[in-house]
Design a binder for this molecule. Structure first.
Ligand code: ZN
Length: 242
């Protein structure tokens, strides 16, 4: 089975549309790793579009939880809080109901799918090899897919050694030695100094992973954010990928 693996859309409809157009015809199922909303200008439209993808599996992210007003948002930075409040006011009942229905983790054996980490599915950021190493003890399948950091990366464990592989956009990756924690990067708010929307394709039969980047009309997303008076820092960062 060929799977579209994508994460952290953050209500950026223009980026999501670009990813789906780029990946069209190349996947039989889609796994979404959380954070459908938060930051961006089109939360309801993104939710509707994601729900229309055939054979979709989706999980909840920390911003989705925050948009549902289920937690104290003071743990988020000030700009994020403003965006979350706007999102809370903008979500339709239908969108909220859908987000509320999403699980925190899903088994797609031999893969497990979470937003943050296997140790703490919604909140923990796997930012480096050390955190990755600890997390390998919290799942027992060969593969774990994560989002949340908005940075594409592969962590590979062979025996007791952890290797960190940055994304390679010119060659597929064979997942054939040891165990893996893999992040496809973010559709709607990349943070690896590359502003192009990120996603990945996975062939579950051959266990081959392909990192992908696709340009989108960033200025259009920024225009929509400014129309809703969103924080300038959040608008600016999209052009730089941080
Ligand atoms: Zn996110």
């Amino acid at each position: 089975m060929r799977v579209l693996v994508f994460s952290d859309i953050h209500a950026n409809l223009v980026a999501l549309e670009a990813v789906l157009a780029d990946a069209e015809g190349q996947y039989d199922a889609a796994w979404f790793l959380g954070d459908l909303v938060g930051y961006g200008p089109d939360p309801n439209e993104c939710t509707k579009l994601v729900r229309s993808i055939p054979k979709l599996t989706a999980i909840i992210g920390n911003h989705d939880v925050a948009a549902l007003n289920q937690i104290d948002i003071n743990t988020f930075n000030v700009d994020a809080q403003r965006a979350i409040r706007w999102t809370q006011e903008t979500l339709t009942a239908e969108t909220a109901e859908y987000l509320e229905s999403l699980p925190k983790a899903v088994d797609k054996l031999p893969f497990i799918v979470v937003h943050g980490s296997p140790r703490d599915p919604v909140w923990e950021y796997i930012l480096d090899r050390y955190i990755a190493m600890q997390n390998f003890d919290h799942f027992h399948t060969p593969y774990c897919l994560v989002g949340h950091t908005h940075t594409p990366v592969i962590y590979q464990r062979i025996d007791k050694n952890i290797f960190e592989h940055p994304p390679n956009y010119t060659a597929d990756v064979a997942l054939d030695e040891g165990r893996y924690i893999i992040n496809p990067g973010s559709v709607g708010q990349p943070r690896d100094s590359n502003p192009k929307a990120a996603y990945a394709l996975l062939d579950t039969k051959t266990c081959v992973w392909t990192f992908k980047r696709v340009p989108y009309d960033i200025a259009e997303t920024q225009r929509r954010m400014l129309k809703h008076d969103m924080p300038l820092r959040l608008v600016a960062r999209l052009a730089y990928g941080w």
